[in-house]
Design a protein around this ligand. Structure first.
Ligand code: HEC
Length: 390
């Protein structure tokens, strides 16, 4: 009985010889994986889990959870365990982006089995996409206003400005200074700096100045900010740089120009920016859009201006055609139709603005009524604040 044919035996020998020969070349096979998929989070800038994978010394030291690589023992190597986990496992690496392929994890397995050789002095630089900077989402629960905050709220209450919770049992607040109009000077709004729980602030139509905006510099929980119809310019926007949770910013009818928009580049959560009737140009918009590609920049005035320009020559032409015998009556309306559509859309815009004005009038009325209630609330809050001090 022959169990092994000589040919088979030779083949087995050949294969095992090849396997032994198949020594992993770190620089060619492992380095590219680490530099593309790991070092952006485990390198000189970021060392997640206290682990760096850019040099031999660092990698062999391991991280928070102990050793990551145990030469010769994949079962004890946390690094190998993590790169072979399924995508939905919370320990899987890379923690973001595409998982390694089977052939890549096999290379790493063989590299570890063969002793995790790493040429001395070889330092890996990241070629992977930098990890996106994550902005911590606003935590709604657990916010407790300070005594200073309660005092400031009480003060505004006396002026008839209600700094109201945005929902029942919440300490996040909104404030609308629109009803004070130009009585809302920098000095009047100064106590805003203590109301850290503000998420929605309306300073539209107030007398706030660029330097007055320094008072809201620290209100990092703000998500909505109205500055339309104010004297705010580029210098003022420098105060908004740190408002990382801002989602909505209205600069309609202000002195802001392209230079001011530079201050907004890092506001990763910004979704809507209104810059009608400002000095902002196409170049400024394009430039900001490069940093914030998802940002919706509203420049309604531009549409209106284009429509107006195109409508003008059409108006001049129109009478001429009327005088001529109407040979082709179908043509004249066609020539007017396009600009007319635009006029119509700009009329619609005017209509919308008129409606907004009406809504604001109603809001002002409501606010006046609330002023009374706010005064009472202020009284109660002042007592609260005093109690807190004791
Ligand atoms: C997007 C960032 C990111 C990338 C890319 C990434 N990691 Fe991580 N890594 C983390 C974070 C965050 C932790 C800490 C949290 C945890 O332990 O899960 C971590 C932890 C680890 C740990 C455990 C460290 C310890 O001792 O606690 C290992 C091992 C690890 N990563 C290996 C890798 C490998 C290998 C790659 C590339 C294939 C990789 N990581 C790519 C973010 C990343």
């Amino acid at each position: 009985m022959k169990f092994f044919s000589p040919i088979l035996a030779a083949t087995i020998l050949a294969i095992s010889a090849q396997a032994a020969d198949n020594k992993i070349d770190f620089a060619k096979e492992i380095q590219p994986i680490l530099e593309k998929s790991c070092v952006q989070c485990h390198g000189p800038e970021k060392h997640k889990g206290d682990l760096r994978l850019d040099s031999k010394e660092a990698a062999m030291k391991g991280g928070k959870g102990g050793l990551a690589i145990v030469p010769g023992d994949t079962a004890k190597s946390d690094l190998y365990r993590r790169i072979t986990l399924p995508k939905d496992n919370e320990d899987v690496m890379p923690s973001k982006g595409e998982l390694l392929t089977k052939s890549q994890t096999d290379l790493i397995r063989d590299w570890i089995t063969q002793g995790a050789n790493w040429p001395a002095g070889l330092v890996i630089k990241s070629t992977g996409a930098p990890e996106e900077t994550k902005v911590e989402p606003v935590k709604l629960a657990d916010y407790k206003p300070s005594a200073a905050e309660l005092k400031a709220i009480a003060k505004f209450g006396e002026l008839g400005v209600a700094v109201r919770p945005i929902a029942l049992n919440l300490n996040w607040r909104e404030a609308n200074f629109r009803s004070l109009n130009t009585n809302a000077t920098d000095a009047v709004i100064a106590p805003l700096k203590d109301i850290l729980g503000l998420v929605d602030l309306n300073l539209a139509g107030t007398k706030i100045s660029d330097s007055g905006l320094a008072n809201i510099k620290g209100l990092t929980n703000l998500t909505h900010l109205h500055l339309e119809h104010t004297q705010i310019g580029d210098a003022g926007l420098a105060n908004l740089k740190g408002l990382v949770n801002l989602e909505y910013l209205n600069l309609f009818d202000t002195k802001v120009s392209d230079a001011g928009l530079e201050n907004l580049k890092e506001l990763a959560r910004l979704k809507n920016l209104h810059v009608w009737q400002t000095k902002v140009t196409d170049a400024g918009v394009t430039n900001l859009q490069k940093s914030l590609p998802k940002l919706n920049i509203v420049r309604g005035w531009e549409l209106a201006a284009v429509a107006k320009k195109e409508a003008e020559p059409a108006k001049k032409e129109a009478p001429k055609k009327e005088v001529e015998p109407a040979k082709k009556p179908a043509e004249a309306p066609k020539a007017v139709a396009e600009p007319a559509k635009k006029i119509e859309s700009s009329n619609k815009e005017v209509g919308a603005l008129r409606k907004e004005a009406e809504a604001l009038r109603k809001e002002a009325e409501a606010l006046r009524k609330e002023g009374e209630a706010a005064k009472k609330e202020a009284e109660a809050l002042r007592k609260d604040a005093e109690a807190e001090k004791k």
